[in-house]
Design a protein around this ligand. Sequence first.
Ligand code: PB1
Length: 322
Amino acid sequence: MERLRRLRRTAAIRDLVRENHVRADDLIYPLFVAAGNDSVTPVESMPGVSQYTVDRLSEVIDRVVSAGVKAVLLFGIPDHKDEQGSGAWDEEGPVCRAIRAIKARAPGLVVIADVCLCEYTSHGHCGLVHDGSILNDATLPLLAKSAVAYARAGADIVAPSDMMDGRVAAIRAALDASGFVDVAVMSYSAKFASAYYGPFRDAAGSAPQFGDRRTYQMDPANGREALREVAADVAEGADFIIAKPALAYLDVLARTCDVCDLPVVAYNVSGEYAMVKAAAANGWIDERRVVLENLLAMKRAGARMIITYHALDAAEWIHEER
Ligand code: PB1
C-alpha cells in the first residue's frame, strides 16, 4: 500500500513538501484614482475598495508599502467623458497625476497603468464607436497615445485591457518611438466577456451605454481560442500575459501557463472579490481562509502573479502567519 499520508503527518513535513505558495511579492493591488480633490469614496459593491483623489492617495500607498505589496495597477475616473475618450491620454488627468504622486511617495513601488478608453468614453466602450460598431484600427493610435502619456508620467508598465486586435504591437511601437523602450507591456490577452466585471463598472462608471463587449472580449465558452490571443500578444511583443477573470477560468490560466514562457498574471476580478466579501459579511465563510485558498488556486494553476483587490488583506494575513 502506498502510504501518502506519511507526508502529511506533521505541519513541518507538510511545509517541506508544499508545492505552491502565495507571497506578498506575488500580489498586485488595483487602485481607482479619481479627478478632483480631498475625497475617498467607498465602492459599495466592493467593500474595502475606494476611489481616491490624487491628494488622498498617500494613505493607501503607505498601506501598500507596509504590507509588502510591490505593485499597483491604476484605473482612472475622469471628471468628463466624451466620444473619443480623450481623458485617457490627458497628461494632467487622474492617472498621470497619480503616477507622478506615487513615484514621488514610493519610488520603489512598481506602477502599472491600465490602458483602455472605457472609463473615459461617454458610450462606455473600450474603443471608438461608429454606427454601433467598435472601430478596431481607429482605436489603436488612441491607446498608443495613452500608453505614451503614462510612460511619460513615469509608469513602469502599461496594461492594455481593451481587447482590440493589434494593440500590443501599436503600443510597443509608440513607446519605442517615444524613447520608452524599457516600459513593459502587460497585455490582457485571455480576457473574456464575463459577467464578473459588474462591481468594477460600478467603481469606474464604465458600463457600456449600449450593447455589450462581446464583439471584442472573448466568448466564455472558448478556452482554446484564448491560446490564439496569447500567441498573438506574445508575437506582438508583450512582456506579461494576463488571464482574466481568474477563479472561473483556472482552466484557461493553466493552459496559458503550459504554452507561454512569459510571466502569466491572473486577474482576480471585481465580481469574484464581491462574492467573497458578501459571503464573509453574512458570516457564511471564513474570509481569510477562502481568500488565501483562492489565491493559492491561481498560483497552483501556474500564475506568476495575481492582480487582486484582496492584495492588502492577503499580504497582511500572510505576514501574520509567518
Ligand atoms: O475587476 C474587474 O472586474 C476588472 C474589469 C476590467 C478592468 N480591466 C474590465 C471590465 C469591463 O470589461 O468593463 C475593464 C475593461 N477595460
